[in-house]
Write a protein that binds this ligand. Structure first.
Ligand SMILES: Cc1cc2nc3c(=O)[nH]c(=O)nc-3n(C[C@H](O)[C@H](O)[C@H](O)COP(=O)(O)OP(=O)(O)OC[C@H]3O[C@@H](n4cnc5c(N)ncnc54)[C@H](O)[C@@H]3O)c2cc1C
Length: 387
């Protein structure tokens, strides 16, 4: 890994702004492909010590991330309104990767590759031209193509789009007594709903005495810190009793769930990636596997010399996501019922296929038919009226 040289203008074939999920996955894909062996690549990250993040995803069998995975689960608990069920995920597994683990792995992969440079710098502006210039706090960079994961939009004011936040506070706890089954994670538990809003608890047990417990909302507005902490305490007491625990780590997040068309500032020399490129699934807030797919598509486009490098979502699923967001922005109290019906009437494998945008039309229709009709019909009418 090379260190920045003060004030120098560095020239690259490719520059990646941001060493988060999308930047790290893109860099890994580039250095794993001989096409890029002769290309000069820069990755520029502003934060030298970011708080750790947990990324989970489901996939069938063995995937690309086994060597950085910290834990996996073969079963999922869903606790809805008036029912609860433990689902066997086979042939899927639910897997966990952490930001720190992925970043360490990428740093090791980059070591000794002289064509890749990792810069600690904050990009302040981007100047388009025959090559794209990046103005950083420490350095200026020039690249033939830039991949940019900075979010530049005002997410509280996205014109013409539906938008809710997936926001949460999680505690990684260690309990005195064994409480958890490390093979079963809790996908959604609606037993403690806050103020009739779409809010639930998500639990990732790592051992019988260790788990990440997150209180999560899918709502148009954020809440005060005390709301999450009260709900976490209440959930832990009501679900597991009064066993003492210590909080070893705190994880916070606010993920935009929106049908806004990101990537509008893409141009010949720059492609938005990650959340800023619209890679987060609007109806779930998940993006780990989507990122893997989008990165593979980008690499193929680069090799085929397509320009500009922009990927569109499949229209059918974009429409479903939009309807879902319309329902939750207007009738947020319906969330617990909506998810309960979906999990009650469909197999988890069908739901995963649908959310992965790989389901057949028949599965799509079955899942849609399982959801409460009136709010979706109203959302459909609004969609037809407002576009
Ligand atoms: C706490 C949390 C947990 C999540 N859990 C999951 C999950 O379980 N599964 C899932 O699929 N998705 C999850 N998500 C959603 C999504 O996968 C993440 O938000 C993901 O990190 C998005 O990737 P990204 O590359 O767009 O952004 P990031 O990973 O945030 O990366 C952006 C990077 O750019 C850097 N940066 C910003 N500005 C500049 C600048 N001016 N110059 C240089 N660098 C800059 C930032 O420091 C950051 O490292 C989670 C999100 C959060 C916040």
């Amino acid at each position: 890994m090379q260190m920045p040289l003060e004030g120098r203008l560095d020239r690259f074939d490719y520059a990646i702004i941001g060493g988060g999920l999308s930047g790290l996955q893109l860099l890994l894909a580039m250095i794993g492909d001989p096409f890029f062996d002769e290309k000069k690549i820069a990755i520029i990250e502003a934060d030298s010590d970011p708080p750790d993040k947990t990324w989970c995803f489901w996939e069938k069998g063995t995937g690309k991330w086994e060597h950085v995975m910290d834990h996996q689960w073969s079963k999922a608990l869903f606790r809805g309104l008036n029912f609860e069920k433990v689902y066997s995920l086979s042939p899927y597994t639910y897997k966990k990767v952490s930001l720190s683990g992925l970043r360490k792995h990428v740093e090791m992969e980059v070591e000794g590759r002289n064509h890749v440079t990792w810069f600690m710098d904050r990009i302040l502006s981007v100047v388009p031209g025959s090559t794209t210039t990046l103005v950083g706090q420490n350095l200026r960079y020039e690249a033939l193509h830039v991949f940019d994961s900075r979010i530049e939009e005002d997410l509280d004011n996205l014109e013409g789009a539906r938008m809710i936040w997936q926001h949460f506070l999680g505690w990684e706890i260690k309990t005195e007594a064994p409480l958890f089954d490390p093979d079963v994670f809790t996908m959604m538990d609606f037993s403690q709903v806050w103020n009739n809003q779409t809010s639930f608890t998500y639990v990732l047990p790592f051992s019988q005495r260790e788990a990440l417990v997150e209180y999560t909302f899918f709502t148009p507005h954020l809440v005060d810190e005390a709301v999450y902490t009260n709900m976490l305490r209440k959930y832990l007491k009501n679900t597991y009793g009064t066993t003492p625990f210590i909080i070893e780590r705190v994880e916070r997040g606010a993920i935009p769930m929106t049908d806004f068309t990101f990537g509008r500032s893409d141009h010949e020399g720059l492609t938005k990636i990650g959340t800023a490129g619209g890679w987060v699934k609007p109806s779930t807030g998940y993006s780990f596997k989507n990122t893997e797919k989008r990165v593979a598509e980008l690499i193929q486009m680069i090799k085929n010399e397509h320009s500009p490098l922009h990927i569109n979502t499949k229209p059918r699923y974009a429409f479903f996501d939009s309807l879902f967001l319309r329902v939750l922005t207007r009738d947020n109290d319906l969330g617990p019922l909506l998810f309960s019906e979906m999990y009650l009437k469909n197999s988890i494998q069908e739901i995963f296929l649908f959310l992965d945008e790989e389901s057949s039309v028949i599965t799509d229709l079955k899942i849609i038919a399982s959801l409460p009709k009136v709010p979706f019909l109203k959302a459909l009418l609004r969609h037809l009226r407002e576009g």
